[in-house]
Design a binder for this molecule. Structure first.
Ligand SMILES: Cc1cc2nc3c(=O)[nH]c(=O)nc-3n(C[C@H](O)[C@H](O)[C@H](O)COP(=O)(O)O)c2cc1C
Length: 185
């Protein structure tokens, strides 16, 4: 099975999440490509899609919407999964809030998305531009000050759990080193 893990990331942390999901899936009988949505020109030949975007001001990054504009028809024909990386999920009601408001549910229903995941992201204020700091302060829809949510909150075990669930859903089987590989070590 050939799987595309495609991401939209402004500062690289969602890209690393995508790499990690890809790495988990390659422990199964799957050929996996991990790619920035901006660079994908063709999705022919993929049997499944795992897609994810960082959330800025309550919405996906624009390049993910553009990706759907281009490929929704092909995505809809294959099993597909979608995650968002955000910080709002760290707040008391955050998971529910993110599930309700940070997904374009109409779009995801139109492509029959099988599962969604809210993953906690990474925010380092010193790594974002002054303009982004203003935008975040003005538009963040949580109760806490976004400056207080200033860390790498990515939960690699939770990410691995989700990737493993996808593998189970797709009925992938694990690959093991061949005897020849083992004796070669
Ligand atoms: C300008 C800006 C706006 C953001 N807006 C939100 C938001 O509305 N809700 C939220 O939960 N997280 C928000 N975040 C946090 C990001 O979703 C989080 O840091 C994510 O992990 C960033 O992923 P990236 O490194 O791939 O860009 C914002 C971050 C930035 C820089």
């Amino acid at each position: 099975m050939k799987i595309l893990v495609a991401y939209a990331s402004a500062h690289g942390s969602t890209a690393e999440v995508a790499e990690f999901i890809g790495r988990v899936l390659t422990t199964y009988s799957a050929e996996v490509d991990v790619a920035d949505t901006k660079t994908v020109t063709n999705v022919d030949g993929y049997d499944a899609f795992v897609l994810g975007s960082a959330v800025h001001s309550g919405v996906w990054l624009q390049e993910m919407l553009l990706f759907f504009d281009r490929f929704a028809e092909q995505i809809a024909q294959k099993p597909n999964y979608f995650w968002v990386s955000c910080i709002r999920a760290l707040e008391a009601d955050g998971l529910l809030h993110a599930e309700m408001y940070y997904f374009n549910h109409r779009l995801l229903q139109s492509v029959n998305t099988r599962d969604i995941a809210v993953l906690t992201g990474k925010l380092k204020t010193e790594e974002i531009t002054r303009g982004e700091q203003w935008s975040l302060a003005a538009n963040y829809d949580g109760r806490m000050l976004p400056g207080a949510l200033h860390q790498d909150f990515r939960d690699w075990q939770a990410i691995a759990t989700w990737a493993n669930q996808i593998a189970k859903e797709l009925k992938l089987t694990p690959v093991f080193e061949t005897e020849a590989d083992v004796t070669a070590v």
